[in-house]
Design a binder for this molecule. Structure first.
Ligand code: PLP
Length: 392
């Protein structure tokens, strides 16, 4: 029996791009773990510094450390999930997956065959890197940004290039510097709004990168936080047939981090390439409860606007307080802000924990800065009170 379950065409593809047979096992592990891989790859560094209890979060703490939504799914959408439960004896009792695709296609004005659903956006993020990066063609990202792509690049042992955010231009992703840093990469990853800064990279910059990038590469645009900014999406580039993959998750605005649902927008031939390592099973076998809630959430434009306004009000209140206390921060368009303590962030995080407020982590490039997730108004009032105590 063969020592790999990878289909023959996938083996051929990987070898033709410079992967050795010895790396097949690592690729299978990565894809087999699906959504579990990203958190492990992303968090291994900081999880090691925390006890398990801290990692999970204390129920009695104000939890503004993990960029989750402060509340669950829209109640009306949650009802659609409740209605699905009695039908859970069937793999596909009705047209749940199709309805999700139809709703997403309608809302984003794109054909259904350019959309695939997943249990979160981590799986398609990992597999898009496997599909387009290789020993000969690396991965380029901003720094700081969401580190999953870094973990995958390291795991696959492909070249990783990190380019500082453009501090002179509102900390957006510096697409020109990214291309200059590795003109022959396989993957250019842009997170917009960026995690941790909440800063938006204009679609025109993404268009420039798409027009100038090397042949055979792809631009991944991770729009996990786009609903919080309400700014234009890069999905029209997919519709135009460009080499672009847009990722969306239901873990943020839709309050479904624990329910696991995400969408990948890309040309059908790109989707097929991404599926070739393990077939489309993982995109089809999704919990119908999550699919029902997600399908319904997508159509709730007024609820989305209202939740965004709620977040913006809480963020403005927090920023006003930081200004009053003379604490520097990066202006953000999403549900997070990076605060500059001018001293090691790890100590400040511990001081907040003493006040029962769990703030976010720091990135290596910025040891004195922490990411603060914007929670409910009440959460942010608690943060401001704790801040005053920590400063005192
Ligand atoms: C930018 C970004 N992309 C992707 C993810 C992965 O989210 P999920 O797998 O829950 O969809 C996260 C999670 O925090 C994120 O911040």
């Amino acid at each position: 029996m063969s020592d790999t379950l990878l289909p023959a065409d996938a083996q051929h593809d990987l070898q033709s791009r410079g992967y050795s047979r010895r790396q097949f096992g690592r690729i299978s592990t990565l894809l087999g773990m699906g959504a579990a891989a990203a958190p492990l790859l992303t968090r291994h560094a900081f999880a090691a510094r925390h006890t398990t209890a801290e990692f999970v979060g204390h129920p009695d703490m104000v939890r503004i450390g993990s960029n989750e939504c402060w509340t669950g799914p829209f109640p009306e959408a949650a009802q659609a999930g409740v209605a699905a439960i009695p039908l859970g004896n069937r793999y596909e009792p009705d047209t749940y997956r199709l309805t999700l695709l139809k709703n997403a296609a309608l809302v984003e004005n794109i054909s259904m065959d350019s959309i695939s659903p997943w249990a979160g956006s981590s799986d398609p993020l990992c597999r898009s890197i496997v599909t387009f990066a290789s020993p000969g063609r690396g991965v380029v990202t901003a720094n700081p940004t969401y580190e999953c792509a870094w973990g995958v690049a390291k795991w696959l042992n492909v070249k990783l290039t990190r380019v500082p955010l453009d501090a002179k231009n509102g900390y957006k992703t510096d697409v020109r510097a990214m291309l200059a840093a590795d003109p022959n990469a396989g993957v250019y990853y842009i997170c917009s709004p960026n995690n941790p800064t909440g800063t938006v990279t204009p679609v025109e910059d993404i268009e420039w990168l798409v027009a100038n990038k090397p042949a055979g590469s792809v631009v991944i645009v991770d729009e996990a936080y786009l609903h919080f900014a309400g700014t234009p999406s890069a999905i029209p580039l997919v519709k135009q047939g460009k080499d672009v993959i847009v990722l969306r998750t239901f873990s943020k605005m839709f309050g479904m981090a624990g329910l696991r649902l995400g969408l990948c927008f890309a040309r059908p031939d790109i989707q097929a390439k991404m599926m070739r390592y393990d077939g489309s099973y993982l995109s089809f076998m999704l919990p119908i409860t999550s699919v029902a809630i997600g399908s319904h959430s997508l159509t709730m434009a007024d609820a989305i606007t209202q939740r965004r306004a709620e977040m913006v009000a809480a963020r403005d209140m927090t920023c006003d307080h930081l200004k009053k206390r003379g604490i520097a921060f990066i202006p953000s368009q999403a549900n997070m802000i990076v605060v500059d303590w001018k001293k090691p962030a790890a100590g400040v995080k511990a001081a907040f924990a003493q006040q029962k407020v769990e703030i976010g982590r720091n990135w290596d490039i910025w040891p004195n800065r922490s990411r603060i997730t914007i929670g409910s108004t009440q959460n942010m009032q608690a943060f401001c009170t704790a801040l005053d105590r920590v400063l005192a």
